[in-house]
Design a protein around this ligand. Structure first.
Ligand code: NAP
Length: 158
C-alpha cells in the first residue's frame, strides 16, 4: 500500500482538524498520483474536503466507528480489519494522523511533500528520516508557492 502526506519541518500535518496549508501544485500532484486508485481515510479527514464530500474518480473507503455515518458516494468501514478485506494493494492511505499511524506498517511507499516552513500543529506524521525502516528513494527539486518552499520526497521501505 501507499501513503501520501504533506508535512512541515516538524512533520506536523494539521491543526484543529484542518490542513496546515493548501499548495495548489501539491493538490494537483495528489490528484495525479491517486486518480483511479482506492483512497483510505478517516472520518475527520473526509470532513476537510470541500462540502465534506468524497473525492471523485476514486473509491473512497472511510473509517468510522459511528454506525449511522453514511456519506453519499463513499464506503464506510467500522473497523480496520473489515476495511483491509475490501481494499486493493495499490490503494493510497491519505490520512489523517490516526489512520497514518495505524497503517504505516502495512505500506511500502510513502509520498511526502516536505514544506520548508513550520506552523503550530496538533497532529504529526512519524519522522521517516529517523526510522531505519525507511529510505529516501527519490527527492525532487525545490519548488515555491505562496512564499513557501517545498519539495517531494519518496520513501520506500528498506
Ligand atoms: N498534511 C496532510 O497531508 C494531511 C492529510 C490528511 C489529514 N490531515 C490532517 O489530519 C488531521 C485529522 O487527523 P485525525 O487523526 O484527527 O483524524 P482522522 O484519522 O482523519 O479520522 C479519525 C477518525 O477516523 C475513524 N477511525 C480511525 N481509525 C479507525 C478504526 N481503526 N476503526 C474505525 N474507525 C476509525 C474514527 O471516526 P469516528 O470518530 O467517526 O468513529 C476517528 O475519530 C486534520 O488536521 C487533517 O487536516 C493532514
Amino acid at each position: 500500500m501507499n501513503m501520501i502526506v504533506a508535512v512541515d519541518e516538524n512533520w506536523g500535518i494539521g491543526k484543529d482538524g484542518e490542513q496546515l496549508i493548501y499548495i495548489s501544485a501539491d493538490l494537483k500532484r495528489f490528484k495525479a498520483l491517486t486518480m483511479g486508485h482506492s483512497l483510505i481515510l478517516g472520518r475527520k479527514t473526509l470532513a476537510t474536503f470541500p462540502g465534506g464530500k468524497p473525492l471523485k474518480g476514486r473509491r473512497n473507503l472511510i473509517l468510522s466507528r459511528n454506525p449511522d455515518f453514511a456519506p453519499e458516494g463513499a464506503e464506510v468501514y467500522h473497523s480496520m480489519e473489515e476495511l483491509l478485506e475490501h481494499v486493493e494493494e495499490d490503494a493510497f492511505v491519505i490520512g489523517g494522523a490516526s489512520v497514518y499511524r495505524e497503517l504505516l506498517g502495512r505500506c511500502d511507499t510513502v509520498y511526502v511533500t516536505k514544506l520548508q516552513a513550520s506552523w503550530p500543529a496538533d497532529c504529526w506524521f512519524p519522522n521517516l528520516d529517523e526510522d531505519p525502516a525507511w529510505t529516501v528513494a527519490e527527492e525532487e527539486e525545490v519548488l515555491e508557492e505562496q512564499g513557501v518552499k517545498f519539495h517531494y520526497v519518496t520513501y520506500r521501505r528498506t
